[in-house]
Design a protein around this ligand. Sequence first.
Ligand SMILES: [Zn+2]
Length: 280
Amino acid sequence: MIAAPTTATATYLGAATVLLHIGDVALLTDPALDAPEVPQEFRVPGTAMRIPLQRRWPAALPNGGLPHLDAVLLSHDQHADNFDTAGRLLASRADLVLTTPSGAARLGGNARPLVTWQSWVIERGSTRVRVTATPARHGPEEMGGLAGDVTGFVVEAEGLDRALYISGDTVLCDELAEVGRRFVVGPALLHLGRARFEATGATTFSLSAGDGSTLADLVGATAVLPVHYEDWGHFTETREEADRALRAAGTPTVWMTPGRAVDLRFLGLVRREPGNRSSA
Ligand SMILES: [Zn+2]
């Protein structure tokens, strides 16, 4: 029988990698787990150009390691800071990888494409979770397909009033407001870092903290949990700077300690009590 999950936690592993436990369902976002010594690069599509990427410190695995994963939620497969060699191996062992249509075509195997607003239902034990793909744009429109396709996600669980929002690598764009119109959002994992590269100057490929505050307001998030900041060389906004901007905007923010579980129910992902629907 499907029941409201009595637990809902997020454990930050670094980069954009987060282990989510919602009732009996285990999900992992953007697995990037290679050691910093492993050389990484971004091959610019349609050119011979390669941009080296440098991880600053290793991922933090939770005590006891990772559980069997019901699904990997992969915002995009083409960038090493979201998906690397160790992440690929891990994803291949998960029941399912949910990602962009172009990414699913590249990955094959257990990868399933989700077009924007398409959903996938995952059931395990007494928990039923619905994952929906949300819009994301990995850079300014005039840069076209330079950074490639990316998706965000909304994770809803039967019996929970609010949904968890995962932005994916995106810049602020009008389409994101639709997330707030379609879902009652609780906590939001936002990919910050203000990603920039020498070759593209001041062009930004992920959210700054200021953009993150605006996005949190747009979707009606109850709290922001920053991910995708500081651990890679191309993330140009420090945690300190980001924290200042989020505070200045009055955005409720929870900085997750890598390797430690954060209880999402206290951040607005509350359990629905019979006859008490307004408590959310
Ligand atoms: Zn990316």
